[in-house]
Design a protein. Structure first.
Lengths: 281, 311
């Protein structure tokens, strides 16, 4: 039974990943950034005395900023782990051999994606003790933390799927990498710009609180930053409802949009893996 | 075992394979000979289910490479002309990964891997990292990998390229071993003489067309007509030359002064040749040896492809 669920590519990728120094240096870099941030934040709020008090509001503030920071780090690291998935096999001339084995395209693509996701999950878990420091000071509920982690996971899988797709359809890793970072800039930055743009257009004709702007809502709902803001503070969610007039919580639209990204990207990757074959069986 | 029917592959206006037909029996070792770009690798890629043909089909053990690629993959072990290995993977892990990729269960892999390493003489390298192996060892490891699911057919694209003479001999010994195990082997190589002694059948491909197919002797026979003969003399080179020039069946006489040898093309039959020799001896010429120059596969190949070009 174990053998049935065994994915050879997944096992091999994990083995290779955990043997490379790059993985550990990446993990170290990630934890270092979070450590520096938390230490800096604590020092600033206690005015470098190490004494004084820490209000729940301040703790919440730290939590919110940490959440956005962690999201940014994930967005930054995921492409480097996934954009080489297939193209690096092609560059190393190992892909053809892999394709003549009896594994089907789905198995290979899923194995590649899951191994990258597994590493990112390890990163998130490794950062959890630091992240949990906020519980010392109160102001944040564990359920909030769990939902944020689930959305991290969704985002990682979606960005990972984009990376694997570009890795499959482009010949070279560097091109796949640039394309994936491009997608992230679009999802994280350009959507925010469009959100403010459509808000501005919307407000030209209407007073705040009147009418609905689906456009503004749409751009906000696919932006990971906006999602994290609404997840950490319900007042942010209320504000968005007020300005856009759409009552559907952002996390639902985000879930739908990112699930669609995953499905579309993985389907393309699976179809294009055996590009020189008419059928992908 | 292998049935290639009207196989055609076009890239835009370039035709890589032009209605290739070929049929091979089980257990045959088939040598595929042709210049670079003649279509050998394209044919092998199609058989290995990596490339769809533009038209035509190929059946391996009755399974179509187009309709049942997954079934075909179970039947074949493929070794590409260029391949890489994963760094940071050890020899036994390398084989274990591919074994798992073919759906072989862990317990079976554990038994199989030492046997395969024994076969390709890599037992003592078992725990070494794959990327640190020499080229010859990597080639042998890749061969072991191609054998892991016990395929009936082996498709080996240039298995001896880039190997030093010793590594080539080792590779040849392993292939001979595989042949005795009853595998059907398709092999392409630039090192033609080595193919000749291993192969039961040879196919010559040029510009995507199979221009000759048969056993080595029959292909050599296609070239019959003129043979190149060398005579060795102890002295009086010019006298011998004058004698040979009188014979109407002789042409292209080459005198090699420094070696006291004369080479010439001869159109006559074996009886004519015997008569010529007798006449020479009766004329008291100091000939001490007469031999036919062996045409190896390389000459065969050069002659056949040159012929095809002229058409």
């Amino acid at each position: 039974m174990m053998e049935r669920f065994n994915n050879p590519v997944f096992v091999k990728e994990l083995k290779l990943r955990f043997r490379s120094f790059k993985s550990f240096s990446g993990l170290m870099f990630y934890l270092a950034v979070i450590c520096i941030f938390i230490a800096g934040f604590l020092l600033i709020t206690t005015e470098f005395t190490g004494k004084g008090f820490f209000r729940p509001e301040t703790s919440f503030m730290m939590f919110a900023v940490l959440t956005i920071l962690q999201m940014a780090l994930i967005l930054f690291i995921t492409p480097s782990l996934t954009a080489g998935a297939i193209s690096s096999e092609r560059e190393k001339q190992t892909l053809n051999i892999l394709l003549t084995t009896t594994q089907n395209s789905t198995q290979i693509i899923i194995g590649k994606l899951l191994s990258s996701v597994a590493f990112l999950v390890l990163m998130l878990i490794a950062g959890l003790p630091l992240y949990s420091l906020v519980f010392l000071f109160g102001g944040v509920s564990p359920s909030q933390l769990i939902s944020i982690f689930l959305f991290y996971l969704l985002t990682v899988v979606a960005i990972g799927s984009i990376g694997v797709m570009f890795s499959t359809i482009t010949k070279r890793t560097i091109v796949a990498m640039i394309s994936t970072y491009g997608s992230i800039i679009f999802l994280g930055g350009i959507t925010a710009f469009f959100f403010f743009l459509s808000m501005a257009f919307h407000q030209m004709g209407n007073a705040v609180g009147t009418g609905t702007s689906y456009m503004a809502y749409f751009w906000a709902s696919i932006n990971p930053g906006a999602l994290m803001l609404t997840l950490t503070s319900s007042s942010m969610g209320d504000a968005l409802v007020q300005v856009s007039g759409v009552k559907l919580p952002v996390w639902i639209s985000y879930l739908i949009a990112y699930s669609l990204i995953i499905i579309v990207c993985l389907t393309i990757a699976i179809k294009k893996l055996r590009a020189n074959m008419k059928s992908n069986r | 075992m292998i049935e290639i029917r009207d196989l055609t592959k076009r890239y835009g206006s370039f035709t890589a394979l032009d209605h290739l037909n070929l049929s091979l029996e089980e257990g045959v070792v088939f040598g595929f000979v042709g210049a670079n770009g003649a279509g050998k690798s394209t044919t092998f890629s199609i058989l290995a289910t990596l490339l769809s043909p533009t038209s035509g089909d190929a059946l391996i053990n009755g399974k179509s490479v187009i309709k049942e690629p997954k079934e075909v993959r179970k039947q074949i072990g493929y070794m590409p002309d260029f391949f890489g290995v994963y760094d940071q993977l050890k020899v036994d892990e390398y084989l274990d990964f591919y074994g798992a990729s073919y759906g072989i269960v862990a317990a079976e892999r554990k038994v199989l891997i030492p046997q395969l390493l024994e076969l390709v003489k890599l037992t003592n390298k078992r725990h070494e990292y794959v990327d640190l192996l020499s080229r010859g060892m990597k080639q042998r490891l890749c061969l072991a990998r191609a054998l892991i699911h016990d395929p009936k057919v082996l498709i080996l694209d240039e298995p001896a390229s880039g190997l030093d003479p010793r590594a080539r001999v080792e590779m040849r010994d392993i292939l001979r071993n595989l042949k005795s195990m009853g595998k059907t082997i398709l092999i392409s190589s630039h090192i033609l003489p080595e193919l000749a002694e291993m192969c039961d059948e040879i196919g010559v491909i040029d510009n995507g067309k199979l221009i000759a197919h048969g056993n080595v002797a029959s292909i050599q026979a296609q070239l019959k007509g003129e043979k190149r003969i060398v005579v060795k003399v102890t002295d009086r080179l010019n006298e011998v030359r004058a004698f040979l020039e009188e014979d109407p069946l002789i042409s292209s006489i080459d005198v090699m002064d420094n070696r006291l040898e004369i080479a010439f093309n001869y159109r006559g039959t074996d009886d004519d040749q015997a008569a010529l020799l007798k006449k020479a001896i009766l004329a008291n010429l100091p000939i001490y040896a007469l031999s036919e120059e062996e045409k190896d596969l390389e000459d065969v190949f050069m002659a056949i492809t040159k012929g095809a070009d002229n058409q």
